[in-house]
Design a protein around this ligand. Structure first.
Ligand code: SF4
Length: 381
């Protein structure tokens, strides 16, 4: 049974009600297990993100920071997104790259990709996240076969955030040097998913949701899960995402897992989030996640404000971007045509790394792969 089969057999809206119904005693049991380092179950997680746990946020943050430092030391991995293309055949209501937005489109030529990589190299990055819109007519496997070897010359760790692929294609991506694949589910509620994904292959919710399993089957080192907070009731999506994480831990024990909590930001086309998540609620969620899973990698992008990033990074974050451009050609040629979303933290790499050091953290520009070669393959089935 795939995770899609598991989650769609449930009514995830009921998770929000269960979270809200958490009692004081359930919160205190979850906090007590967190203090002693005992494993938490899904009920404990729900209690920790509930309104009843809100008064204990500073206690949760202290514990979360302790477990983050114990597992990851005082380092934070630095990554940078490299946008190869803003062409997309999908119509996601919340995204500036959606096909219905009539703006100039661009995909990089090989020499432009090299210029972007050189500009990124000058910024000090070796951990590069390759991003593109989903238009396999232009950016299909042939395009990536031509461009990823160029990126690999500049990257010691290469990540992908592109259209979902088949297992065989992911195996080839691994051969091309890909270490990490991010595929965010956006929302786990089928109705909300249908409403927000108007056309294109992304409307196939099953294919998208089973992508992390195909990545695991292909033996890629790490897979990134996430939900786009603000699309649907965040409590329901956060609990569903936790179940997804549990599923992947059970079935792909050798695959490293990362999560991201992109919060919806205004984009071209005038989209406004319907279910906004406050800073406090988001911090509570992130702390709950760390208490639930001490091994979990958590990344944060420049969608979030400098203040929010400076506060949360020492507590739970393991990887952070800085100096990002969300446009193809944005590093070498400073394009300002069509951003995917509005960047909130526009500080330079130097400013962000200085802020990290003020918190006693060491920014690391070279990410290590798994210690045991072949471990990811061994865990898939
Ligand atoms: S979110 Fe991704 S798939 Fe959807 S329109 Fe934007 S680039 Fe395309």
């Amino acid at each position: 049974m795939s995770f899609y089969d598991e989650i769609t057999a449930l009514d995830i809206k009921s998770y929000a009600r269960q979270v809200d119904a958490s009692s004081d005693s359930e919160v205190s049991r979850a906090l007590s297990k967190s203090r002693s380092g005992d494993p938490l179950d899904l009920g404990d997680f729900m209690a920790l993100i509930s309104p009843k746990a809100a008064p204990y946020l500073s206690d949760m943050a202290v514990l979360a920071e302790k477990y983050t430092r114990r597992r990851f030391g005082n380092t934070v991995s630095m990554y940078v997104p490299l946008y190869l293309s803003n062409r997309c055949l999908n119509n996601c209501r919340y995204c500036g790259f959606a096909a219905h937005n009539k703006y100039p489109r661009k995909h990089l030529l090989p020499e432009e990709t090299r210029r972007e990589c050189e500009a990124i190299h000058r910024m000090g990055y070796e951990n590069i996240l390759v991003v593109s819109g989903e238009d396999p007519r232009v950016c299909g496997m042939d395009y990536f076969r031509e461009h990823l070897p160029i990126v690999a010359e500049y990257a010691s760790y290469m990540s992908l955030e592109i259209q979902p692929l088949d297992t065989g294609e992911y195996r080839e991506m691994k051969q091309l040097g890909v270490d990490y694949v991010c595929v965010y589910q956006e929302t786990y509620d089928p109705e909300c998913y249908r409403i927000n994904h108007l056309s294109g292959k992304k409307r196939d919710m099953r294919y998208r949701m089973e992508t992390p399993e195909r990545v695991g089957d292909a033996g890629i080192d790490k897979v990134g899960l996430g939900a786009l907070l603000g699309l649907f009731d965040w409590k329901a999506d956060v609990v569903a995402l936790t179940r997804h994480l549990m599923y992947m831990r059970r079935h792909y024990w050798g695959t490293r897992l990362s999560i991201s909590f992109p919060r919806l930001r205004p984009a071209e086309g005038g989209f406004q989030p319907e279910y906004p998540v406050s800073d406090r609620q988001m911090i509570q969620c992130l702390c709950a996640w760390r208490l639930f899973d001490h091994e979990l990698e958590i990344s944060i992008s420049t969608r979030e404000s400098p203040r929010f990033r400076d506060v949360i990074t020492p507590v739970v974050i393991t990887s952070i971007s800085a100096g990002s451009s969300t446009q193809p050609g944005g590093y070498a040629e400073d394009h300002h045509d069509l951003p995917q979303f509005i960047i909130s933290d526009s500080r330079s790499v130097t400013e962000v790394t200085a802020a990290l050091r003020r918190c006693g953290l060491e920014p690391v520009f070279r990410e290590a792969r798994s210690q045991i070669p072949g471990m990811a393959e061994a865990s898939g089935f």
